[in-house]
Design a protein around this ligand. Structure first.
Ligand SMILES: Nc1ncnc2c1ncn2[C@@H]1O[C@H](COP(=O)(O)OP(=O)(O)O)[C@@H](O)[C@H]1O
Ligand SMILES: [Mg+2]
Length: 362
């Protein structure tokens, strides 16, 4: 996968900017608050996903403007595609993100998943190690949505069913025919939930050896990483689990088990990383996961996603920085940094970002 050109209009603090990334490494360099992460976020939107900073669509539009446009020329196996994402604000007829690929319009930007693929590292992702299970589930689900277009619809169905079942459980004793209704929900939930959990586990099985290899290399063989998935049901299946937890669900008033409660543990040298990892180790573990996510995508789709790395080298020692710099030169990577110094040793293309504008010189 390649990004050949990006053009951004009325996006965050950027009135208008465009650039052509290099074949391998491109460094977006500049002081704080100039628009480096905004540009990386704009590239990410070409995947069809929402912002990786969890921003609402309206926040992406430049102040006092009605809409923002992000346009990318991409190339995949020699095939060029023009992706145009339009983000409309509150006042517009159709608000939110819409997409056009080679002029063909999609009502929802998420429908273009898989057209352009990228893997992003943002310092917010450090919570993957120490944060709540929700972030780890989101990591798996976001990757699966990009890899398997059908995953998003099963996931949406499951989430909707959980909400509906929760509403019923809250009113259980006051609802006529509640037990029969619960049977209907559980049958549908069992199907969607089973599929989600199996997909996540299969994906993690593919991912784990890749993460381990990355972590081994990043720590120069000094540390061993292990991952353990914590599924919400055993080999008897989710339908069986739902039967088992029915009484508990009714008395709790919500769905107490299922993929929406699953998690995975990361261990470093046998110790739970959530409790014991240092800042540098957390960063290394998250980067290992992200690099593995890209390698796994390549093994499934045949295409290596574009790497988007925001402020990636801070808090890492020289050895770890050196390893990452060498990895960045192997694939198309766009990285942000306050100081271009560390990248001088590379063949990277350096671009300077100031007040939302891009230039080739300081
Ligand atoms: N919708 C918006 N309209 C105008 N400016 C915005 C908007 N959203 C964010 N900004 C501005 O963008 C700047 C941050 O850009 P960012 O890319 O995060 O900086 P950095 O270069 O440090 O990565 C901030 O000054 C912020 O005020
Ligand atoms: Mg930034």
């Amino acid at each position: 996968m390649k990004l050949k050109h990006l053009c951004v209009e009325n996006y965050r603090n950027i009135k208008h900017a465009q650039f052509s990334p290099g074949e391998e490494l491109t460094v977006l360099c500049g002081e704080n608050g100039q628009g480096k992460t905004n540009l990386l976020e704009a590239v990410w939107l070409l995947t069809g996903s929402k912002s990786f900073r969890n921003a609402k669509d309206a926040q992406l539009i430049r102040e006092d403007q009605a809409f923002a446009v992000v346009e990318g020329e991409t190339e995949c196996s020699g095939l060029e595609k023009q992706i145009r994402i339009t983000i409309s604000g509150e006042g517009c007829e159709k608000k939110g993100r819409r997409a056009k690929v080679n002029g063909v319009e999609y009502a929802r930007a998420t429908s273009i998943a898989g057209t352009f693929t990228a893997v992003v590292f943002d310092p917010g992702h450090l919570s993957l190690v120490k944060g709540s299970p929700e972030g780890r589930r989101r990591f798996l689900d976001a990757a699966l949505c990009q890899l398997y277009p059908g995953y998003l619809s099963v996931f949406r169905t499951y989430t909707r069913l959980v909400m509906q079942k929760n509403a019923l459980l809250k009113q259980y004793h006051a609802t006529f025919g509640a037990a029969e209704l619960l049977d209907v929900f559980d049958e549908k939930l069992a199907d969607a939930g089973q599929r989600i959990s199996e997909k996540r586990q299969a994906y993690l099985k593919l991912l784990t050896p890749l993460v381990q290899e990355n972590y081994h290399d990043i720590s120069q063989g000094r540390e061993i990483l292990e991952i353990q998935y914590k599924p919400s049901f055993d080999e008897l299946g989710f339908a069986h689990k739902l039967q088992e937890t029915r009484a508990r669900d009714i008395s709790a008033g919500f769905c107490t088990s299922g993929p929406h409660k699953e998690d995975f543990d990361i261990f470093l040298n046998g110790k739970l990383a959530k409790l014991f990892a240092s800042q540098g180790q957390q960063r290394s573990a998250v980067l290992s996961l992200k690099l593995a996510e890209a390698a796994a995508a390549q093994s499934i789709t045949g295409q290596h996603p574009v790497m988007l790395l925001d402020d990636v080298l801070s808090e890492l020692d020289d050895m770890r920085q050196g390893y990452l710099l060498s990895r960045m030169e192997q694939r198309q990577t766009i990285v942000t940094a306050c100081d271009a110094e560390l990248f001088r040793k590379t063949d990277g293309k350096v671009l300077y970002v100031k007040h939302g504008e891009i230039s080739e010189t300081i």
